[in-house]
Design a protein around this ligand. Structure first.
Ligand SMILES: Cc1ncc(COP(=O)(O)O)c(C=O)c1O
Length: 398
């Protein structure tokens, strides 16, 4: 571990201390594995927080980046950008969206969604319709708008005054949303599955009813698919599992499969409200990011790939269920595709995650009592079996 320690010391001396980091330095990745500076190998069930959907250094993505880097990395959006247009074409062909706006991260996509919803009603003469309803335990990002949309004390504390215009209701509670809508409401913003706060999956009909309510009230439905997009739930976008279509959708993480890129997708009618000069991003949609995302999309969007994610996800869930029968330390388990979680009974999830790390597995605790599993979508049954055996060993020791 000595080789790791030198870099850890540098981080502590020179880098903002805003992350609680695990005490290893990752230097190499291939497929499902990463290696630290001392040469230790880890099986990755975190995927850079649901980013590396094709695993580490997928050859098609690496080749596309190398090729584009030697040709053209950045130009202004004052010009047409070929990989951007091609990527937007793919995304609109495979989703509800009519148009795409590109940016660099999940929070930036959500800032765009908040602005677009407000501007849509402004353009219709409804200037007092600016309020957005979001859900308790949501996570939409750290910038001022997204943070205001994220009603968690640990995210908002000390950063006030918050951007006004948000109302919070419990997740998966239709009656609460109905009650919260007023003549000021312009949109409801929701994650199809809440990822950061423990993989909270709503009841089957929730999103369908929410969609119907928004349509009836003539307000917009914004889906934050930053974590659930790009095959994570076994379909290209999570909304497909719930039989609905949003008006606006935000994307990032798995879009670039490791290369930073975000996007805002909207119907043609809504997208029209971002006319020339209304919104922008210097780096958003640059040739390099879009080439990486295009290469990733070509693999991710294949029907056979998505079918495999569904099958592997079902297997993973069945193994977690078996483990919960065997180990009293395991409580409720849940998942859809390859976003899964396990509640622990009288055991500390961060401690179990640290034990996993010692034994060569990257696993994440979303809170004191919940473990989350968001591996690359290329994970195999063999990889899952290895993790399950390790968890069983840890729980037996507890
Ligand atoms: C659902 C959701 N929205 C937004 C974000 C913020 O994305 P970023 O960290 O790229 O700004 C995240 C990040 O975890 C997320 O899970």
């Amino acid at each position: 571990m000595k080789k790791n320690e030198a870099i850890i010391k540098l981080t502590d001396q020179h880098v903002f201390q805003n992350y609680g980091r695990y005490p290893i330095v990752l230097v190499k990745g291939k497929g499902m594995h990463v290696w630290d500076k001392a040469g230790n190998k880890y099986l990755d069930f975190l995927a850079g927080v649901a980013v590396n959907n094709l695993g580490h250094c997928h050859p098609k993505v690496v080749t596309a980046i190398r090729k584009q880097a030697g040709q053209l990395m950045h130009v202004s959006n004052w010009f047409h950008i070929e990989p951007q247009s091609l990527l937007a074409q793919k995304l609109t062909q495979r989703s509800f969206a009519g148009k795409i706006f590109f940016c660099n991260s999940g929070t930036e996509a959500n800032e765009g969604a908040i602005k677009l919803a407000r501007r849509y009603f402004y353009d219709r003469g409804e200037k007092a319709r600016y309020e957005i309803i979001t859900m308790q335990q949501a996570f939409h990002g750290r910038t001022l708008g997204s943070m205001a949309a994220t009603p968690q004390d640990k995210i908002q504390k000390g950063f006030g005054p918050l951007l006004p215009g948000f109302k919070y209701v419990p997740f998966d509670d239709m009656a609460a949303v109905k009650q919260a809508i007023t003549s000021k409401t312009c949109a409801v913003m929701v994650e199809p599955i809440q990822g950061e706060t423990g993989v909270n999956i709503p009841h089957k009909r929730y999103l369908k009813e929410l969609r119907a309510l928004c349509t009836r009230k003539k307000i917009l439905l914004i889906l934050d698919e930053v974590q659930t997009g790009f095959g994570r739930t076994g379909t290209l976008f999570a909304y497909e599992n719930f039989g609905i279509k949003p008006d606006i959708m935000t994307l990032a993480k798995g879009l670039g499969c490791g290369f930073p890129i975000g996007a805002l997708a909207a119907t043609d009618k809504v997208a029209r409200s971002f006319g020339p000069g209304t919104h922008g991003s210097t780096f958003g949609g640059n040739p390099l990011a879009c080439s990486a995302a295009l290469a990733a999309f070509q693999v991710l969007s294949q029907k056979s790939f998505l079918r495999q994610v569904q099958k592997t996800g079902q297997y993973f869930l069945s193994q977690l269920q078996e483990l919960s029968q065997k180990c009293p330390a395991v409580g409720k388990v849940r998942g859809m595709g390859l976003i899964l979680a396990m509640d622990l009974v009288e055991a500390s999830a961060p401690e179990v995650a640290r034990e996993c790390l010692q034994l060569g597995f990257l696993v994440n605790a979303t809170g004191p009592g919940t473990l989350r599993f968001i591996p690359p979508l290329i994970v195999t049954r063999k990889d899952i079996d290895k993790l399950i055996r390790t968890l069983e060993r840890i729980f037996k020791k507890l």
